[in-house]
Design a protein around this ligand. Structure first.
Ligand SMILES: [Zn+2]
Length: 271
C-alpha cells in the first residue's frame, strides 16, 4: 500500500468500516511508515477530543447576564412571545429549545447567536447537556466492539493466525502488540481455540483470542485497562467484561448465558 492510498483510508479504518484485508494492509503500511503512523495517531486524537467534548465551553457569567437582559428586553418589545420553557440547568448554560423555524422568538435567536459565537453549535447536537464524556467513551467502545465482532464473522476467516496451539498464537501476538495475552485451548471442555487476530477497539490495537463452541464464535478482546462496560447486548450478541488469567478482557459472542459463564470461568482461572 502507498501513502496516498493509506491516508485516504485512515478515517474509515478508525470508524471500523474497513474490511479486514484492507485493514490488515493499512496496518502493515502504518507499522512501516512514520508519516502515516503520525497521521493515524492525529486522526485518532481528534476523534477522541470530539468524543470527550474537550472543545465544549460554557459561556462566561457576564455574557449570560447580557443575554438574559437582551432576552427580557426582546420579550418586552414583542408582546405575546412565549417565554423560554426549557429551564436552564445551571446559570451558565443557555437554554436552547428547538422550535419550528417560522415561529422563532426573538430570545431564541439571541441564545442561538451566543452558542454559535462559541463555535459550539455542532457539539451541542452531539452532546446532550447530561451526557458525560465517560458515557460517550463507553458507547464508542461498545460500538467498536460489536462492529469488530460482526466484521470478523463476515470475513472469510475471523483470525489472522490460525492455530489451536497456544505456543504458536502467543508468540505471534508478541511481535505485534505491547500486551501479549495469556493463551490456552479449551477443546476438551468444548471451547476450541481457533487462533488470534489484532483489532482496533476503543482507540487501541488489542489482541483478540478467537474460540469456537459448536456453531458459536467467541471473540475475547484482551485490554490494556479495565473495560468501560460491564455488560452490553446488541442484536442477539452479548459483551461481558471478564478477566483472562488476571488480564482485563471483554468476551463477545452469541452463546447463551450459561455457556458464557462457563468459558469466562475457564479464562479467569488461567495462569
Ligand atoms: Zn505512508
Amino acid at each position: 500500500m502507498e501513502c496516498k492510498t493509506a491516508s485516504g483510508l485512515l478515517d474509515v479504518y478508525l470508524d471500523g468500516e474497513l474490511d479486514r484485508s484492507d485493514a490488515r494492509a493499512l496496518e502493515a503500511h502504518v507499522d512501516s511508515c512514520a508519516d502515516c503512523a503520525a497521521a493515524l495517531a492525529a486522526a485518532d486524537e481528534l476523534r477522541r477530543a470530539l468524543r470527550e467534548g474537550a472543545l465544549r465551553h460554557l459561556a462566561p457569567d457576564a455574557l449570560c447576564e447580557r443575554i438574559g437582559a437582551a432576552q427580557a428586553a426582546a420579550e418586552a418589545a414583542t408582546p405575546g412571545t412565549p417565554p423560554p420553557t426549557a429551564a436552564s440547568p445551571s446559570p451558565n448554560v443557555v437554554a436552547f429549545a428547538p422550535r419550528p423555524r417560522r415561529a422563532v422568538p426573538a430570545w431564541l435567536g439571541i441564545a442561538a447567536a451566543c452558542l454559535l459565537s462559541f463555535g459550539a453549535g455542532a457539539l451541542w447536537m452531539h452532546h446532550d447537556a447530561g451526557t458525560s464524556a465517560t458515557a460517550d467513551a463507553s458507547a464508542q467502545f461498545e460500538r467498536d466492539l460489536f462492529a469488530s465482532h460482526w466484521r470478523a464473522l463476515a470475513a472469510t476467516s475471523p483470525v489472522d493466525v490460525i492455530s489451536s496451539d497456544h505456543h504458536t498464537v502467543k508468540p505471534w501476538f508478541a511481535g505485534k502488540i505491547a500486551l501479549s495475552p495469556v493463551v490456552q485451548d479449551f477443546a476438551t471442555q468444548g471451547f476450541t481455540l481457533v487462533g488470534g487476530r489484532i483489532d482496533y477497539v476503543g482507540g487501541e490495537r488489542v489482541a483478540v483470542l478467537v474460540y469456537r463452541h459448536g456453531a458459536h464464535w467467541i471473540d475475547v478482546y484482551v485490554l490494556p485497562q479495565a473495560a468501560p462496560i460491564a455488560h452490553a447486548q446488541a442484536r442477539g450478541y452479548a459483551a461481558d467484561a471478564i478477566t483472562v488469567g488476571g488480564q482485563q478482557a471483554v468476551m463477545v459472542t452469541d452463546m447463551d448465558a450459561g455457556e458464557r459463564a462457563q468459558l469466562a470461568g475457564l479464562l479467569e482461572r488461567l495462569q
